[in-house]
Each structure stands twice: as structure tokens, then as C-alpha cells.
Write a protein that binds this ligand. Structure first.
Ligand code: ADE
Length: 245
């Protein structure tokens, strides 16, 4: 999987690329991340990459010309790669998007800065704007790292065991069930008996119920689209004293 990162701050990425699962993926060559510094494509002596917005207003806008030249340079090495642009006004990033991108093999992530980028960049390259949440950061580098992490871990061979991405939050439309490990009791808190029973059917049932209850509590909007058995919906209805789901 190749990530091409267009940014003003490539140094921000050193942590994620050298640590943990993603660091291992990079070390083994399964993940490949290259950087293109927009400032290298600035035209003037001061290497200017931003300017005041036409029409006035606060903040600066990333200039179209250095950005276009930088993207053109990336397109020479990655002509077919999907172009993503980080922006708080973009399409919400999701597990589904991550798995689609993981199957594509190559992507360009353009990290926005300042108040935004000149709109003509989006028109010229039909970039897909992606947001990692409803809040505004000072730039898109952290959003790009989120995408590298969420996409990179889904690339076969990056996670320790092939199936560890199978049974987790969002894969089945539900949040993940609670997990425990040794010791069986800590400061008076016991691991639920079912998990110690060795009865795999009961354990699977317990986990499913806990996942449904947790999702209902923390992310009720996900319950509507989750694939639940009629008996599971009935169980939820009962546990909520007849409240309609
Ligand atoms: N840049 C600034 N805030 C952002 C966000 N929430 N998502 C993606 N890019 C951003």
C-alpha cells in the first residue's frame, strides 16, 4: 500500500511511521509512505505558499500554483491514485471508507492548512474532501495520520494475525464488547463468570449482547442500521421497558 502525502510539515509524521503496528508495516515494506513538501514548489524568494483570500476575511488561503505543481509531480509517479483532501468540511471518514481505500493500493493525501485551499485545486483534480470529525484542527496532517493508521492496519500482513480486524468496533455495525485479561479479580472487580466458563457459545452470546447494549447506550443512531436478529431487538425492547427502538 502506497501513501503519497502532500504537506507543509512532513516531520510531523515521524512518530506514527516509526512506532507500533504501522511502524512495523513500514519496516517490512508492506506500507510505503512518501512525502512531497508543497514549499518546494513555491515560486518566489520567500517560498510563499499562502495568500489573503479574495473578498476579504480572516486567515490565509493555500495558493493554487505551488499546490498544483506539487500534485502534478505526485501524479507522475502515481497517475491512478485516489486524491484525498483533508478538510473539516469533507465527507466523514469511516471504517467503510478505510476498507475501500485499503483495497485500492495507492492514495494521495493532500493536507490542508490555514483557512483552506484555493477552490480551483479541488476542481482541477476532483479531489475527495475527507473530514475525521466535526471539529477544526490547525491543519490536515493529523487527519492524514488517522487515515494512514486506519487504512494501513487493514492491509493484509500489517496486523499480527489476519483476523484481528474481523471482530471489532464498526466491522459489524456495532461497538466492540468489553474485554478482560488476567487477573480474574482486581480491587474487588471480577471478570464476568461467563468469560471464565470455557463455554464458547455462551461467551459469543454474552459478547453479542454486551456489544448491542453498549451501542444502544453510546451510539444509539448505529442501532437502526445494525443487523440485529428479531430476538435481539426484542431483548433490547424489554431491557428498555418497552421504549420503541
Ligand atoms: N483539518 C482541520 N480540521 C480537520 C478535520 N476535522 N478533518 C480533516 N481535516 C481537517
Amino acid at each position: 500500500m502506497k501513501f503519497h502525502i502532500v504537506t507543509l510539515f512532513p516531520e510531523m509524521f515521524s512518530g506514527i511511521l516509526s512506532s507500533g503496528v504501522i511502524g512495523r508495516g513500514v519496516g517490512s515494506g508492506i506500507l510505503d509512505v512518501s512525502f512531497y513538501n508543497i514549499r518546494d514548489y513555491a515560486k518566489d524568494r520567500h517560498r510563499t505558499v499562502d495568500d489573503a483570500p479574495y473578498g476579504g476575511g480572516a486567515g490565509m488561503v493555500m495558493k493554487v500554483d505551488p499546490l498544483a505543481d506539487c500534485i502534478d509531480a505526485v501524479k507522475i509517479v502515481a497517475p491512478d491514485a485516489t486524491l484525498l483532501l483533508t478538510s473539516p468540511g469533507g465527507r466523514p471518514f469511516s471504517q467503510l471508507m478505510a476498507s475501500e481505500l485499503a483495497s485500492e493500493g495507492e492514495m494521495i493525501i493532500l493536507c490542508g492548512r490555514y483557512e483552506g485551499i484555493d477552490e480551483r485545486v479541488k476542481e482541477l483534480y476532483s479531489a475527495t474532501e475527507v473530514s475525521i470529525g466535526d471539529y477544526v484542527m490547525t491543519g490536515g496532517e493529523i487527519a492524514a495520520m488517522v487515515m494512514i493508521d486506519a487504512v494501513g492496519r487493514l492491509v493484509p500482513g500489517v496486523l499480527g494475525s489476519e483476523d484481528s480486524a474481523e471482530d471489532e468496533s464498526f466491522t459489524h455495525g456495532l461497538l466492540e464488547y468489553p474485554q478482560y485479561t488476567r487477573p480474574p479479580e482486581f480491587r474487588g472487580l471480577k471478570v464476568p463468570d461467563t468469560l471464565l466458563s470455557g463455554n464458547h457459545r455462551e461467551i459469543a452470546r454474552w459478547r453479542r449482547m454486551k456489544a448491542i447494549q453498549k451501542t444502544r447506550q453510546l451510539r444509539p443512531e448505529l442501532i437502526d442500521t445494525a443487523l440485529l436478529e428479531p430476538s435481539e431487538r426484542k431483548m433490547l425492547l424489554q431491557s428498555e421497558g418497552g421504549q420503541k427502538l
